[in-house]
Structures are given as C-alpha cells and as structure tokens.
Write a protein that binds this ligand. Structure first.
Ligand SMILES: Cc1cc2nc3c(=O)[nH]c(=O)nc-3n(C[C@H](O)[C@H](O)[C@H](O)COP(=O)(O)OP(=O)(O)OC[C@H]3O[C@@H](n4cnc5c(N)ncnc54)[C@H](O)[C@@H]3O)c2cc1C
Length: 424
C-alpha cells in the first residue's frame, strides 16, 4: 500500500464507527497514518449510518436552522405523527439547543451556510464517484437524481423557490408539472401536482457503503476495536494523551471524535461543550414493492424519503427530538406509512404489515452545520460530528478533511463556520 506521508505518519485513534468515523479512518489511512477505530458496539450493528435513506444530496444546501423552522416545529409539536417533533421536556441541554436553533434560523445564516454546504456536498459526490469507480459498483451508486414530489400547488411553489435558490448557487434544478414528472419516472404511479428534479443527487445502499469502507480500511491497515467504549480521557496540558476505554487506555498522537449523537457526553470529560440533540428517524424497507421507481424521491409535504435499493424500496422519515433513547414510537412510524399511498396511490398501508421499522439517531447541531475541526483547547483532537440528515452525503468529504487537518495541511475548504468552538 502506498505511504505518501511515511515521515509524518502519525498514530490516530478514532472514536465512533459510523459513516463519519469510517470515512475519517479510510482517508487518514490512505495518507499513511496508523489508524485505530473503536466503537462500543459489535461489528454487526445497526446504528444511524446503516438503514438510512442512502441519498447523496447536493440539493440539500439549506441548513436545518432556516427561517420558518421554529414556527413549523411549534405547529407540529402538537401533532404526534408530524414529520418534525420536539418532545417537550425539562432538560437544560434541550432548552439551550432550542434557543441556539432559534437564534441561528436567520436569512443571513442561510446565506452564509448554503455555499459551504453546496461545496462540501458536490465535493463529497465526487469522492463517492471515485470510491465507486472500482469494478462491480459495490455500493450500488445510482446517479439518477432526486425528485421532490409535491401533492399541492402550494408545496410546488415553495419547492420552486428553493429551486431558484439552487440555480443561483449553480446547482441544477428543474421544476416539472405532473406530466413531466410522470414522464421522467414512469416506473411508479404518482399523485402529485408536480416535482422539482435535482439531477446531481444520487443514491446508494448505505449498508453496502459501510461494508465497502470497512474493507478498504482493512486493506489500508486500519485496526478495528469493536465492543470498546470510550469512557474518558487522559490529558497533559494542551494534549490528549489517551482515551480511557472499557478495554484499557489507548494512546495515540492524534484523536478524532466521531461518536454521533453521543459526542456531547464524551467531550464533557475534556471540559468541552458540543451542543447536539439526537434527531430520531425511522425507515421501513419493502423487499418486494408493488412498483419500483428508478429515481429516489422526497415527499415534500410529508418529509419522507424514498429510495430504491437492490430491488427493494426504502421509506425513511420523521425528525423526533426526544433525547438519546432508541425506542420505536408506533405513532410516528404510522405517520410514514399513511403518507405513502397519498403520493404513490397504487401502494397500500397493508404493504407494510410485518415490516420491522428501523430507527437511527441523527446528530443534530442547532445551526445545521457539522462540527468539523480542531478545538482551541487541545492541539491533537479533531471533532467530526453533527451532520444531522447529511451524514452519509458528507461522509467522504468529512473524512478527507479530517485527514487534511491532522496531516497539518491547508484544508480544501474554509471550515471556520464548522468550528467546534463556534459561538452559537
Ligand atoms: C431515517 C434516516 C434517514 C437518513 N437518510 C439520510 C440520507 O439519505 N442521506 C444522508 O446523508 N444522511 C441520512 N441520514 C443521516 C445519517 O444517517 C447520519 O447523519 C449519519 O449516519 C451520522 O453518522 P455518524 O457517524 O456521525 O453517527 P453514527 O452513525 O451514530 O455513529 C456513531 C458511532 O459512535 C459510536 N459511539 C458512541 N459513543 C461511543 C463511545 N463512548 N465509545 C465508542 N463508540 C461510541 C456508536 O456506537 C456509533 O457506532 C438519515 C438518518 C435517518 C435516521
């Protein structure tokens, strides 16, 4: 294996083995660093990075914290089947996060954040293309674009305004009427007023992507330590010396924290604060769907993602801010199922009988941007988390940027907006 850095090669300990930890491990190992990745779960796990909707979405350039989100959250708060739900509870961290979300949800924030999200997404898409270039297309990458399906003219008008913004940022987008949408996606009957088509979006099978990354990491010498939980740290001055784990102390020259929704608890011991809430979502996969679209789609009003995967069809959605629990809420799952026949009229609620829902906790920062970079407090700690609904999309570029940071290189993008120390 090539070792372009050998003189500057460092030992790197990565905490968290989701898509972000794997991507960081792969890109760091490819630069010649000696990487160990630990995860508290077993290698056969089903966390947030696995059964998600598998979309790579340059179309999602508007951060979660945008004007209108707070009003929408308040409106939907009273509807237990709604797509976005903040469960009211007396929790200082939740109150703090909600306040920060409210403060960040401004036009100015969107104006600053959108070009960065666009650049990161498009560069990540290029990395996906490179990763899938090997024969066999092992992740099932399909560059078919994405349809934002709108049942009502009102939603189509709103999506049309987003499409205009996309075009202004150089992201291709086409507003289609119902006939044009049906012509583009003849494989499934749709009951829609129209759609916006984003040709640059892609989809893949996330489970296969993770398996492929693991294989590549192994080829580059990454050591995996499963069933190993990081419980604390040992530090000396401005350096982290070791991670205290259930398998003993593990030392390294560089540490990368990619523990998703659990990251705030882990950095607490370092005296750092990362405002983050877990945004629970669910998915249901029909192995033999009545019809199989070729283009992945989002039901705009219902906020449900639909992705064809290896002949199966996955429906994913809801954002439930309800703490770190992994319980499955049947009312919210039912909200996803009920929406399907409204957009795809040939599908039936009964199609989902016996389908086991999957759940995942998205790590959500209050301003909708990931935490990516060093903290001022420690010279050898990099944080990479908070990607919310974009963790798969931004996985490869995040991994590459982590490798640039800890190799002491100029990063490919100005990451000041993503600083873990940013004032929120
Ligand atoms: C329904 C749904 C659909 C989605 N669809 C998409 C999509 O289409 N496109 C997209 O881009 N994104 C999508 N997402 C979001 C995406 O899945 C997440 O952003 C991404 O998986 C987050 O990855 P992560 O590596 O940061 O976190 P995780 O996958 O949660 O990984 C964190 C890891 O850290 C480990 N860990 C935690 N604490 C410790 C500890 N103390 N010690 C050791 N290990 C620890 C955990 O076990 C876990 O394996 C979706 C999410 C959901 C729920």
């Amino acid at each position: 294996m090539g070792n372009p850095l050998s003189a500057a090669a460092k030992s790197v300990l990565i905490v968290g083995g989701g898509v972000i930890g794997h991507s960081a491990a792969y890109y760091c190992a490819r630069k010649g660093h000696r990487v160990t990745l630990l995860d508290r779960d077993a290698s056969e796990r089903d966390g947030c990075s696995f059964h998600n909707a598998g979309m790579i979405m340059p179309s999602h350039f508007i951060p979660l914290a945008a004007p209108g989100v707070v009003a929408l959250g308040l409106k939907w708060m009273w509807n237990p089947a709604s797509p976005f739900y903040i469960k009211p509870r007396l929790d200082g961290a939740l109150l703090d996060w909600s306040l920060k979300l409210w403060r960040a949800a401004t036009t100015e924030h969107v104006r600053r954040a959108a070009p960065l999200l666009r650049d990161l997404s498009l560069e990540s898409r290029t990395e996906f293309e490179k990763l899938s270039a090997a024969p066999g297309n092992e992740f099932g990458l399909a560059k078919n674009g994405l349809l934002m399906l709108c049942r009502t003219q009102h939603a189509l008008d709103e999506e049309g305004r987003t499409a205009e913004q996309a075009l202004g940022l150089g992201i291709p987008a086409d507003v289609l009427d119902a006939k044009q949408a049906a012509a583009l996606e003849p494989n499934v009957r749709m009951d829609v007023a129209g759609a916006v088509y984003y040709p640059k979006d892609c989809h893949l099978v996330p489970e296969r992507f993770l398996a492929g990354l693991t294989r590549r990491c192994m080829q580059h010498g990454v050591e995996f330590r499963w069933n190993t939980e990081a419980t604390g740290w040992r530090t000396s001055g401005s350096r982290v010396v070791s991670a205290v784990t259930t398998a003993g102390e593990l030392g390294a020259e560089e540490f990368v924290l990619c523990a998703g929704s659990w990251s705030p608890g882990i950095v607490h011991g370092l005296g750092l604060r990362i405002p983050l809430q877990a945004g629970k979502g669910y998915s249901l996969t029909l192995r033999r769907p009545r019809q199989l679209p070729a283009i992945c789609a989002i039901f705009s009003e219902a906020r449900i993602a639909v992705t064809p995967m290896d002949g199966a069809l996955r429906f994913g959605g809801t954002m439930e801010i309800a703490g770190l629990n992994q319980n499955i809420n049947p009312v919210r799952v039912r909200g996803i199922i009920d929406a399907v026949p409204r957009y795809y009229p040939d599908f039936r609620v009964e199609d989902f009988m016996g389908i086991q829902p999957w759940r995942g906790l998205r790590p959500c920062s209050p301003d909708g941007l990931p935490y990516l970079g060093r903290t001022a407090r420690f010279a050898n700690l990099t944080i990479a988390t908070g990607h919310a609904m974009m963790g798969l999309s931004l996985g490869p570029i995040t991994g590459r940027l982590v490798s640039e940071i800890l190799s002491g290189e100029q990063t490919s993008f100005d990451l000041s907006q993503c600083s873990p120390d940013r004032c929120l």
